[in-house]
Design a protein around this ligand. Structure first.
Ligand SMILES: *[C@@H]1O[C@H](CO)[C@@H](O)[C@H](O)[C@H]1NC(C)=O
Ligand SMILES: *[C@@H]1O[C@H](CO)[C@@H](O)[C@H](O)[C@H]1NC(C)=O
Ligand SMILES: *[C@@H]1O[C@H](CO)[C@@H](O)[C@H](O)[C@H]1NC(C)=O
Ligand SMILES: *[C@@H]1O[C@H](CO)[C@@H](O)[C@H](O)[C@H]1NC(C)=O
Length: 475
């Protein structure tokens, strides 16, 4: 006979297992409004909560949850756009910052890293299944450190591709085969990458192929959405750190740092995606030619004279005064005497925002056609939403949190981090072409998941239940 406390313990564990796992596999249904694309053809049918009693509110929420779960189970919701409708459906993830394991890491630390990958992967697979996105973007800081070897960079890329985003690795494996050192480890050939970079940079005009049009997938055989990587300071470093090695391995495994994709150019519903490497705009830089390359990109972009709407994806947020977001303005530079790496003296060591001057120049060159646009950034893990108002006389941009504003303005969404301690968020970003106003409308909501502990609880209580029940039944 098992004791009474064993009985209750078994029940308790089982109930926790059921509850936490139900949450794990239906979490978007608890936050229906935030975890769904904005449907513009539908009236916003949220009732007036203030007028409802607590009981009525609860019943409403439970029904909403139940209906949404049913919709998911029977897949009655179809998000693909109807004929003649123009939609952009993007999942935007902020700063996953996956950590590495080292020779001296304990088993517990290794397990934690593995579990964290699975946690992030769970969020992505749930959201992707639910929402069938047209675009998936990670807004920089894919990894937690820029001070890692090529081999570790490759290993984390593999984790990023398989565990987080469940993607095909054929290409990645091929790239490694072509770039192995004598020990069979990945080593990037930064010299030839650098030669090629400088040859392109020095031709007139610079011969970087930044421009794409109407790309809906890089790999149509395996996926029906566009996968976008953005450079973060932890992936390549701040401009005082970025070396040829950093840039070449990022471009080798993650693609270009600066590019645009124009969609339906020349039509009334034209729009474009701009991916910008914001780490190489300010200085002083270790390799100033990279900063030059980024500004050349911005000039090329401006010269397109594009007439549609623009979605800008980048890592470092634009300049704003303290108090508007968690991070205030901050620039730090390597000291006058820096013995560890003397060649970095006075170079840019870290920044929270782009400088004011860079902000004005970049915004004026990208948002130069008075069409609606939006910016998605990362870096500040807390996340926030602000608006940049253009001052017509000076062509400078003032940042406020005031959402109602006259004049031309662009919203900046700093996407709250995907990391466990911030609640595992997904940015749900919808673009909808409004045929009445003849303009794109961009909407963003944040879909939260749960702290990592909840994920752990769900997994351990399942394991424990499977262990306890046989004992309970047999003895
Ligand atoms: C990367 O993974 C390979 C294969 O598992 C391993 O041999 C190598 O040591 C790893 N690199 C680092 C820096 O740990
Ligand atoms: C982003 O990175 C993944 C993983 O290496 C890669 O498969 C994909 O092609 C990259 N995207 C671009 C635009 O190169
Ligand atoms: C954009 O406009 C400028 C100035 O009017 C012109 O010189 C340039 O050729 C145009 N670019 C394209 C791609 O049409
Ligand atoms: C979506 O964005 C547009 C402006 O781009 C705004 O007018 C509209 O109210 C937003 N819709 C929702 C549901 O937030």
């Amino acid at each position: 006979m098992v004791s009474a406390w064993f009985k209750y313990f078994t029940y308790l564990v089982t109930i926790s297992a059921v509850l936490t796992n139900v949450y794990l596999y239906t979490f978007p249904s608890f936050h229906v409004k935030n975890c769904t694309w904005k449907c513009f053809d539908q009236e916003d049918d949220e009732p007036a909560f203030e007028e409802m009693s607590i009981m009525e509110r609860m019943i409403y929420k439970i029904n909403q949850y139940k209906d949404d779960v049913q919709e998911q189970v029977y897949s009655t919701k179809n998000y693909t756009s109807a004929e003649g409708e123009h939609q952009v459906r993007m999942l935007a993830f902020g700063d996953p910052q996956i950590r590495g394991i080292w020779k001296k890491s304990s088993y517990l630390a290794m397990l934690d890293v593995y579990a964290n990958d699975c946690y992030l992967g769970h969020i992505y697979s749930m959201m992707k299944e639910r929402l069938s996105p047209t675009h998936v973007a990670t807004l920089g800081d894919l990894f937690s450190s820029q001070w890692i070897s090529d081999s570790e960079f490759y290993n984390r890329t593999t984790r990023y591709v398989t565990r987080l985003y469940n993607r095909d690795t054929t290409n990645l494996v091929r790239l490694k085969k072509e770039s192995e050192d004598e020990k069979g480890q990945y080593r990037v050939d930064w010299q030839s990458w650098g030669d090629d970079y400088n040859k392109r940079r020095l031709s007139d005009p610079p011969a970087f192929d930044y421009g794409y049009s109407d790309v809906y997938s890089w790999d149509p055989e395996h996926e029906d959405f566009l996968f976008i990587n953005v450079t973060g300071n932890h992936d390549i470093g701040y401009s005082g750190d970025v070396t040829y090695q950093h840039m070449s391995r990022f471009s080798h495994l993650f693609g270009k740092d600066n590019y645009w994709v124009e969609y339906d150019a020349g039509t009334d519903h034209a729009w474009r995606l701009v991916v910008l490497n914001s780490l190489l705009l300010d200085g002083p830089a270790l390799q100033p030619e990279f900063v030059e390359g980024t500004w050349a990109f911005l000039r090329a972009l401006e010269n397109r004279n594009f007439t549609g709407s623009t979605v800008l994806l980048t890592h470092v947020p634009f300049y704003k005064e303290a108090g508007l977001c968690a991070d205030g303005p901050m620039f730090s530079y390597y000291p006058d005497v820096y013995e560890r790496e003397p060649y970095k003296v006075n170079l840019l060591r870290a920044q929270n925002h782009l400088s004011k001057n860079t902000t004005d120049k970049v915004l004026s060159s990208i948002f130069n056609n008075d069409r609606p646009g939006i910016i998605l950034t990362g870096h500040d893990h807390v996340g926030c939403e602000t608006v940049f108002n253009r001052q017509e006389e000076t062509k400078t941009w003032n940042c406020t949190t005031d959402m109602v504003n006259s004049g031309y303005n662009i919203r900046e969404v700093t996407v709250r981090s995907m990391m466990g301690e911030f609640g595992g968020n997904t940015g749900v970003f919808t673009g909808h072409f409004n045929k009445t106003s003849n303009n794109w409308e961009w909407n963003f909501t944040l879909c939260p998941f749960a702290l990592q502990q909840v994920w752990w609880l769900a997994k351990t209580t399942i394991g424990l239940s499977l262990l306890l029940w046989p004992i309970y039944i047999l003895f």
